[in-house]
Design a binder for this molecule. Structure first.
Ligand SMILES: *[C@@H]1O[C@H](CO)[C@@H](O)[C@H](O)[C@H]1NC(C)=O
Ligand SMILES: *[C@@H]1O[C@H](CO)[C@@H](O)[C@H](O)[C@H]1NC(C)=O
Ligand SMILES: *[C@@H]1O[C@H](CO)[C@@H](O)[C@H](O)[C@H]1NC(C)=O
Ligand SMILES: *[C@@H]1O[C@H](CO)[C@@H](O)[C@H](O)[C@H]1NC(C)=O
Length: 394
């Protein structure tokens, strides 16, 4: 039996479905920091599913928290909107700035009770935390990315979550954690990888200053970081939980935001490498972090006609990934030790948006949550080869 077949069989046995989900990220507040309600989520999900010339159906969404904005532990109204639009849910539990995830678990249990199978059948994954390791990394601290959480804290929360959902239909839902790609390649965080079913990667070549991060090189930077995460992931599936290129905002080293560049990135990273190949949650359908000068939305006002044509080309400019290039001189700061060094000198910051609001409750860190603030994330992806093998079989 080929290794990929074996792994696929194990994934199926453990309830993991080998589907290449397509979706966007959705925080729990609007750009004016007011809460999103069911109608707001529903409008997003309907637009996502009806985008003109989309290379597939964007009928999944990644959330950052189970908690409705500005409530203590009420289920986020995105759940009802997802049920009404049949949108698949990659759930998130916010884990920074707190020593307990009780409110997250309480909101989740209320939702299971209230909506039953209509809700639980839509849940494709659970992420315990978002960029917490990035925020406690050297780069995150330098970028003032906000309060994070270390590996031991995350492992405790993963165990708390498992205990809490053990006798619910969510027990078979695969557990991951989302972080920037260089958090995964940091060996101090290996115990988190060991505790997970899949690895969520946020990866933004745009923010990789000092590496020739012009748009024409974005695909190569993406591939390099992805390969580095793949090497660290030990065969676990990789989900690309955030990636995108801003259409407006300030330049970042050689990276220039523009609609044209956002489209080029969509083609050279999304179409070439991700869509229908790897579970992918693009950043983003609409912007929600008022503090981030870079704007990533691919639509204005949730129009189903995007800022640029989403059609995927059949030919790409990005060269095939060359594993030997990692230690080459094309990467300032790289040394003979290669990739890992490159990776660890990255400047990832978390995600560019403030994704979950909470203002005042326990999870107030959510304000910056997904957010990663002004920074960005770069991330990496996962075992493309493995995933490809799995999909070829099923
Ligand atoms: C956040 O909470 C503060 C204090 O409770 C309140 O004044 C403010 O309006 C809240 N922000 C939002 C967006 O609701
Ligand atoms: C590696 O991870 C550890 C634990 O999360 C963190 O304390 C450390 O700062 C990280 N190293 C770098 C270079 O960021
Ligand atoms: C989006 O909506 C806002 C508020 O209704 C409006 O001012 C703006 O012109 C709209 N933008 C576009 C591109 O339609
Ligand atoms: C990478 O380098 C090794 C050792 O120098 C060589 O054997 C291998 O063929 C190279 N791979 C590629 C894809 O160039």
């Amino acid at each position: 039996m080929r290794a990929s077949a074996l792994i696929a069989a194990c994934l199926l046995a453990s309830g993991v479905s080998a589907e290449n989900y397509l979706g966007f990220n959705s925080g729990n507040t609007l750009p004016d920091r007011s809460a999103k309600f069911k109608k707001d989520f529903k409008a997003e999900f309907e637009t996502a599913q009806n985008l003109e010339n989309a290379p597939g159906k964007f009928n999944s969404v990644r959330l950052y928290t189970n908690i409705q904005a500005y409530s203590t532990d009420e289920p986020i109204e995105a759940f009802e909107a997802a049920i009404e639009t049949k949108t698949k849910l990659l759930l998130g539990i916010w884990t920074s700035g707190t020593d307990s995830i009780e409110n997250e678990l309480s909101a989740l249990k209320k939702a299971i009770k209230k909506y039953g199978k209509d809700f639980t059948d839509l849940v494709i994954g659970m992420s315990i935390g978002s960029e917490d390791l990035y925020r406690v990394s050297e780069t995150g601290i330098k970028n003032k990315a906000g309060v994070g959480a270390g590996p031991q804290t995350l492992i405790k929360f993963i165990n708390d979550y498992k205990k809490a959902i053990a006798d619910t239909p969510l027990a078979s839902v695969p557990i991951g954690h989302v972080d920037t790609w260089d958090a995964w390649t940091n060996s101090s965080n290996k115990a988190v990888i060991d505790a997970l079913d899949w690895i969520g990667v946020d990866e933004y070549p745009y923010y990789e200053n000092g590496k020739g991060n012009n748009i024409k090189n974005a695909g190569r930077l993406f591939d390099r970081a992805y390969a580095a995460v793949e090497a660290a992931a030990g065969g676990k599936p990789i989900w690309v939980t955030e990636t995108g290129w801003p259409y407006t905002g300030p330049d970042w080293d050689e990276a220039v935001p523009s609609v044209e560049n956002a489209q080029y990135y969509w083609q050279e990273v999304g179409c070439r490498k991700l869509f229908n190949k790897v579970p992918t949650f693009w950043y983003n359908l609409r912007d929600s972090n008022p503090d981030n000068e870079m704007k990533f939305a691919i639509t204005k006002n949730l129009s189903t006609k995007p800022l640029f044509d989403l059609t995927c080309p059949t030919k790409f400019e990005t060269p095939d990934y060359d594993p030997n290039e990692s230690a080459s001189a094309t990467t300032p700061g790289a040394t003979a030790t290669g990739f890992t060094t490159v990776v660890s000198t990255a400047t990832p910051t978390g995600s560019p948006a403030s994704e979950s609001g909470s203002n005042g409750s326990d999870s107030s860190a959510e304000e910056n949550s997904g957010s990663m603030g002004k920074g960005l994330s770069m991330a990496a992806i996962g075992s493309l080869a493995l995933v490809a093998g799995v999909f070829a079989l099923f």
